[in-house]
Design a protein around this ligand. Structure first.
Ligand SMILES: [Zn+2]
Length: 237
């Protein structure tokens, strides 16, 4: 199946209704959210998540940061600012998009409040040791993460060899497969399969999916060990 499909059969499957990619790590010490897509509020409320300890922003493209204003509710509920971990270049974008999140609000008004931190190679958040590394998405540096034997790499067109070394022995690799046709700034389906195989991950979950993919039809075609992500998917790591 190629291209955009809007048939009623396609739309009848809830797994073909995709919001933008993000990940929530439920750690023993708290929840760590990876990216804040435009649907973040609905994703969190839909999953019954009432608190987020901290946030990792992989990069500052719109589909990864445009939900950040809604962190406001969490700041109000918990009476605190939210720590945001990202690369310095993306911190500049976040300050530009959300200048008010770094100012004191006028009396009677609530602003979201962000504390920006550099994403160091090892972050201890939510009671988890989270390893971070940088891959390329076209020319944009994007943070990937590894927790235990799970790695999450959204938005990638190139994984540097030194990062590949950190991706050995994975039980689960969650990786970009934006569409079926090659893309200059993303892995496409065949590339994601090739990378998943060469890294030897036991299970590969494909994410950042466009509507090229009918969930059930594609899953039936994928090689063993590969599957498509879907909204609300849960994995034990
Ligand atoms: Zn992007």
């Amino acid at each position: 199946m190629l291209g955009v499909t809007y048939s009623s059969e396609f739309l009848a499957n809830p797994k073909n209704h995709r919001s933008r990619a993000s990940l929530l790590l439920e750690g023993p010490g708290g929840n760590v959210l990876v990216d804040c897509p435009p649907e973040m509020r609905l994703q969190l409320t839909g999953a019954g998540i009432k608190s987020v300890e901290s946030v990792i922003v992989t990069h500052a493209h719109a589909d990864h940061v445009m939900g950040m204003d809604d962190l406001r509710s969490l700041c109000i509920l918990e009476q605190r600012s939210i720590p945001i971990y990202t690369l310095p270049v993306h911190q500049e974008d976040i300050r530009r998009i959300y200048p008010y999140a770094f100012r004191e609000p006028p009396l009677g008004v609530a602003y979201p409040k962000f504390d920006l931190y550099d994403a160091s190679p090892v972050l201890n958040l939510g009671g988890m040791e989270i390893r971070t590394f940088v891959v390329l998405h076209g020319k944009v540096p994007v943070i990937g993460i590894r927790v235990n034997d799970m790695a999450y790499i959204t938005d990638v067109s190139f994984i540097p060899p030194e990062v590949e070394e950190q991706l050995q022995g994975l039980d689960v690799l969650i990786v970009d497969a934006v569409r079926r046709a090659p893309h200059p700034n993303h892995f496409h389906l065949d590339k994601a399969i090739e990378v998943g195989r060469s890294l030897g991950a036991k299970k590969v979950v494909l994410t950042h999916l466009s509507h090229d993919y009918d969930h059930d039809v594609t899953n039936a075609e994928l090689p063993p060990g590969f599957e498509l992500a879907f909204d609300g998917m849960k994995l034990e790591i």
